[in-house]
Write a protein that binds this ligand. Structure first.
Ligand code: GLY
Length: 400
């Protein structure tokens, strides 16, 4: 029954074949991918900072493109977006650019200044190794995983997120996103250490980051000597007890990966409970692109966060693939279609060549409010890729 309904939706939406990649895509996906590809190509030609150094696009600040170097937590998303654009189109220029910008991150494999190496290296080199591997990709990823494990404290059972005087040992929910690198490197090396650390981190986060309603805090800080929790806060959200939208998305994505990698049902239960919190949130708009915080006080007069929508959609599609439960697919499809509408998708040549408009970096931090963000673009393209893969599998199975 589930399958029949999906096939009906697909059959009535029409599709085209892209000759370069040979991947069939619904028309609305194809159009969005065309826009994305144009934007990424244009973007690739203007990535020099004031000193002439070639860098990475992150966002827009004071009407100018905001560029960052490799140590910024977002540096891997631009190469990652190029990889997904290549996968979606087969466009050789995308492949060339994806490899070029990925290789610019090589030195980050030894970076231990915070936990973000998982985001940086797995979105870039992880996709590189998957789509067009070069000999050194695996060793760079293994070194990146080693760097990440240096921040793991057995006494706390967590990977420390930031070195920041404000907290003794802060762990943020975003850190769940770095575990995929560890799981993958255990498979690559056969060394269970990476996976053990990922599991310990996921378990402790499950214990301390979540509230009864399954929303999560952003930052939990520990005493590194005793391993006990000292504070629970929501640094990037509206208040300490509020549900910051992107944080909920990071948790959903992270526990879905944990289930995929371990088969442990407690992670599936966790992912489904987070999904249920998000999907049933009374303030979730009809278009399924959330406000920046589910408890923001002036909803509906609060900014939306396209990045939270894109991360949630991509995670829900993976949860659909794992469970076959149509509700996850339908929700993600609505979000992706909304993001593909002119309300969120940039006009070609506009939006400083980012793909999506209307994301939020940090309202309490007063930066990147209602701007494009490179990670909104990355998870949007990943979501489209996942959508297309599901769509093709169902078509093939039924000879459509
Ligand atoms: N990882 C930082 C953020 O989500 O804004």
């Amino acid at each position: 029954m589930k399958l029949k309904m999906l096939l009906f939706v697909f059959a009535s939406s029409g599709y085209l074949s892209l000759s370069a990649s040979n991947i069939s895509q619904p028309v609305w996906v194809k159009k969005s991918v065309e826009t994305a590809t144009f934007q990424l190509k244009q973007m690739s030609s203007k990535l020099y900072n004031k000193t002439g150094k070639e860098v990475f696009p992150r966002s827009v600040k004071d009407g100018q493109i905001k560029l960052v170097d490799g140590e910024d937590w977002t540096s891997g998303f631009f190469p990652g977006s190029l990889w997904y654009a290549y996968e979606l189109t087969g466009d050789k220029k995308m492949l060339e650019n994806a490899r070029y910008y990925t290789n610019k991150l090589e030195s980050i494999q030894y970076f231990t200044g915070n936990h973000d190496i998982g985001f940086i290296m797995y979105c870039s080199y992880g996709n590189a190794r998957r789509l067009s591997p070069q000999k050194s990709d695996s060793s760079i990823l293994v070194n990146s995983a080693i760097s990440l494990t240096k921040r793991f404290f057995p006494k706390v059972g967590q990977i420390r997120s930031w070195d920041n005087e404000r907290w003794a040992f802060p762990v943020i929910i975003d850190n769940m996103m770095n575990l995929e690198l560890l799981f993958a490197m255990s498979k690559t090396t056969g060394n269970p250490l990476f996976r053990d650390i990922a599991i310990k981190h996921a378990d402790k986060t499950m214990e301390n980051h979540f509230r009864k309603d399954m929303s999560s805090y952003h930052v939990v800080s520990y005493n590194p000597e005793t391993g006990l929790v000292e504070t629970k806060e929501t640094h990037q959200g509206y208040s300490n007890e509020s549900a910051w939208s992107r944080g909920q998305a990071w948790g959903l994505y992270g526990y879905t990966v944990c289930y995929r990698e371990t088969g442990d049902k407690k992670y599936l239960k966790q992912a489904k409970a987070i999904a249920s919190y998000i999907m049933n949130c009374p303030v979730m708009p009809k278009d399924k692109v959330p406000y920046w915080d589910y408890n923001a006080p002036k909803i509906p007069n609060e900014p939306r966060d396209a990045s939270a929508g894109a991360v949630t959609a991509s995670a829900l599609l993976e949860l659909y693939t794992i469970t076959g439960e149509k509700q996850y697919f339908s929700f993600a499809e609505t979000t992706l279609k909304s993001l593909s509408s002119k309300k969120y998708l940039a006009k070609v040549g506009c939006n400083h060549n980012f793909i999506l408009m209307h994301s939020v970096g940090s309202i309490p931090g007063k930066f990147e409010v209602d701007t494009p963000l490179n990670y909104a673009d990355y998870y949007y393209l990943e979501g489209l890729m996942r959508y297309v893969n599901i769509w093709n599998k169902l078509n093939k199975k039924n000879n459509l």
